[in-house]
Design a protein around this ligand. Structure first.
Ligand code: ADP
Ligand code: ZN
Ligand code: ZN
Length: 731
């Protein structure tokens, strides 16, 4: 209640780098009572900006005279329900990110700018003056007569009239005062057909659904472990049907690239309710419409990528995270959150189940199962499948490779092609070659701005840096000595050329970021594979997501060592997931699959356990290694990253920061400063402090006390610094 003696203070988060809220007096009079989660229009300097009310207070630390008054509240009620708003506030704290930026990241651009949270459309009808005027039988144009006829049947929505070509007539009659407009709730998005019946569930699906369905109505975290094609999506669909039947809504999260039109139509074909999507390639208008429909509950099913975890939902009943291991759930810049982890926290706050699905669960989730925090359900291999594929390792020390393809791999490709199979060749490196080398003096083409080599792209004869985008013409000779230069190593472009030479007349489809640029490109490319026209499919990790290749009988993985010896402690987990994902998408039924992995280190224990025991065996061993080394999930990490144009300045900043932690780092090891694996990138030097703790508490307490201290030192503006809690890359 507002009261002259006890003015209500709004604690407002503004989109700013400051880790604090700003106090404003509640708006003068009228309007809704303030509540956390509403937007407020507030003065800031000479501007007026949109902020989010985080909290309310009776008084402020600021003297009353310095408090400014908010102009108005923009929402009649909070944008989010309590649980979701609580999640956002919690996330700002947990990730130590400014609340204003967190809330801004959670809404569509138009909402940040002050657009109404509820969708309204403008309706037109005849005004009293219009009815009177028409009684005199005035002369009207053809379009005007059509418009009047339409409006005599009842009010019409503005977009409908525009579509009918009546826009000009509308403006003309409105100017005369014969029409009047009013706002009305927007109609719900179009419902799915729900025309496709569910298949009879397998026993495993029935069990999984039964177990999860029993947990509806309370918090529970489920890990649904099943290979691609084992029927996980069917389990999601049948759970969503139950949730909808109870009048509640559902959120399905998928990795960016997996959100294909096919996936969405599968949901719409099964569910006779509006299904909306939220992803990065939608326009602002589309996002706004989907967000409003989700919030209003007119679309009770939302399928979205990372940031969809913040979507307001009307009475959610279940959250689903498909491919939960996918690194794209972690935002890698700005507000660095894990959408997978936040989905679990959100489910807890709503008191509903969360289902994490994957063929290759993250080691974190497997550790959570072991600790009893998640419950695991398994779907066995797809039915009708002729057993697991045979996996073999080709020892590159004993077999010379030609353009990256060892002889036994070439022989296997030939064999499978002759048997009318399709072949998938996986190489997680695009371009022609990763290095351009001088045969005379040993010069290697460097990126001028990074500690990296330029990648040769032969098609347009360019040298490109895959880290900063530097792009220059390829030199004809060595710039140092003039001798011949030669591309060394392989990328997909070179392997494509080699395969076309060895297998002339065999159609090949390449899938990587150089050839797949727009939405729909990948579908078009893969259509050639699906139709059987293309026989060889070659590509990067783009191949591991969202698509199946049922007629592929051979999978060749050309460079496993890149993952086994990556600088990051998660490199081997990623590699194993990619191998299993890419292999799991190949083959079906009658044709047994074969997987060949090229490696110069075939006795690497992780590779051996993956080959002999599959993903579970790999995961067990990898978890043992993590435990022995004290890495997550057996410890908690955070990074303080910094970069700047001057190396000494970056290190000085980090050393000073480390010293500021000295007396408050109980239970936390502060390591570094250490240069990043690629120290110079885009002409900036990069380094970091690594914070490591056995559990969350001490790490959180340190960050809480430490970051304000760092801020207070007012570091040079040339230094950019940021905190990453639970980083997924530490190199
Ligand atoms: P996943 O999500 O694990 O990749 P899907 O749910 O997409 O698996 O199932 C793979 C394929 O098998 C789909 O074409 C799906 O329609 C079909 N399918 C799933 N469950 C069944 C079932 N119980 N009976 C028949 N077909 C099924
Ligand atoms: Zn040279
Ligand atoms: Zn570069």
């Amino acid at each position: 209640m507002k009261d002259a003696d006890n003015p209500l203070i709004l604690q407002v988060a503004l989109a700013s780098r400051l880790r604090q809220t700003f106090d404003y007096l509640a708006p003068a009079q009228g309007g809704p009572a303030a509540q956390p989660g509403m937007r407020a229009l507030v003065p800031l300097g000479r501007r007026r900006v949109v902020g989010f009310v985080m909290g309310l207070a009776a008084d402020s630390a600021l003297p009353a005279a310095r408090l400014k008054r908010a102009v108005e509240l923009l929402d009649p009620d909070p944008l989010w329900d309590e649980a979701t708003f609580g999640l956002l506030a919690w996330a700002a704290q947990y990730y130590h990110h400014p609340p204003g930026e967190v809330l801004s990241a959670a809404v569509p651009a138009a909402i940040r700018e002050g657009a109404p949270a509820s969708a309204e459309i403008t309706m037109w009808q005849l005004s009293a003056a219009g009815i009177e005027g028409l009684a005199d039988r005035p002369r009207l144009g053809q379009r005007q007569r059509e418009l009047v006829e339409r409006l005599r049947a009842g009010p019409a929505a503005a977009p409908e009239l525009t579509t009918l070509g009546l826009g000009d007539a509308l403006r003309g009659l409105a100017r005369r005062g014969w029409l009047e407009s009013f706002g009305a709730a927007a109609p719900p998005p179009q419902a799915g057909s729900g025309s496709r019946a569910a298949p009879v569930p397998t026993d495993a699906q029935r069990q999984a659904c039964g177990a999860i369905a029993e947990s509806l109505g309370g918090y529970a975290a489920w890990l649904l472990h099943g290979v691609t094609g084992s029927g996980k999506t069917e389990v999601y669909l049948s759970l969503i049907e139950r949730v909808l039947a109870a009048g509640r809504s559902a959120l399905v999260m998928v990795p960016e690239i997996a959100l294909t039109p096919q996936l969405v139509s599968r949901f719409r074909d099964r569910l006779a309710v509006p299904v909306v999507t939220l992803h990065s390639s939608m326009t602002d208008t589309e996002r706004l419409a989907a967000w409003r429909a989700a919030r209003a509950g007119t679309a009770p099913v939302v399928i979205g990528t990372r940031s969809a975890v913040f979507t307001p939902l009307a009475d959610p009943g279940i959250l689903i995270v498909d491919e939960e291991h996918d690194p794209s759930y972690k935002q890698q810049e700005g507000f660095r959150y894990s959408a997978r982890d936040l989905a679990v926290v959100r489910a807890q706050r709503h008191g509903i189940p969360v289902v994490l699905g994957s063929a290759t669960p993250s080691l974190e989730s497997l550790a959570n199962v072991a600790a009893g925090r998640y419950r695991r359900l398994e779907l066995p291999e797809r039915t009708g499948r002729a057993g697991k594929p045979r996996i073999g390792v080709i020892d590159l020390r004993h077999h010379a490779a030609r353009d990256g393809l060892a002889q036994p791999v070439l022989a296997a490709i030939e064999r499978h092609l002759a048997a009318r199979g399709q072949v998938l060749v996986y190489l997680n490196r695009r371009g022609y070659a990763p290095t351009l080398y001088c045969t005379g003096c040993g010069w290697i083409a460097p990126c001028p701005s990074c500690d990296a080599r330029l990648t040769v792209h032969m098609r347009n004869a360019r040298l490109v840096c895959h880290h900063c985008g530097t792009d220059e013409p390829m030199p004809f000779g060595c710039p140092k000595c003039g001798s011949e230069v030669r591309p060394v190593g392989q990328g997909t472009e070179r392997v494509e050329q080699a395969l076309l030479e060895v297998f002339p007349g065999v159609e090949l489809v390449r899938v990587d970021r150089d050839v797949i640029r727009r939405r729909g490109d990948i579908e078009r490319a893969l259509e050639k594979v699906a139709s059987g026209k293309a026989r060889i499919l070659l590509g990067t990790q783009m191949l591991t997501k969202g698509h199946d290749y049922p007629d592929v009988t051979l999978v060749a993985i050309l460079n496993a060592d890149q993952g086994l010896f990556g600088a990051d402690f998660r490199a081997s987990e990623r590699l194993a997931q990619q191998i299993v994902q890419v292999s799991g998408r190949a083959g079906r039924g009658e044709r047994p699959g074969e997987v060949l992995i090229q490696s110069a280190f075939p006795e690497n224990p992780l590779l051996v356990s993956l080959v002999t025991e599959g993903y579970d065996g790999f995961a067990r061993r990898a978890l043992e290694e993590r435990q022995a080394a004290g890495w997550p999930p057996y410890s908690r990490l955070a990074l303080l990253r910094a970069d700047g144009p001057d190396r000494g300045e970056v290190f000085d900043f980090l050393r000073a920061a480390r010293d500021l932690a000295a007396d408050i780092a109980q239970g936390v090891r502060v390591l570094g400063p250490a240069a990043a694996a690629m120290e110079r990138r885009a002409a900036r030097y990069r380094a970091q402090l690594l914070l490591e703790s056995a559990s969350r508490g001490p790490l959180q307490r340190l960050l809480e006390a430490w970051l304000p201290r760092i801020e207070a030192t007012k570091p040079s503006r040339r230094i950019r610094w940021s905190v990453d809690v639970d980083p997924i890359e530490v190199d």
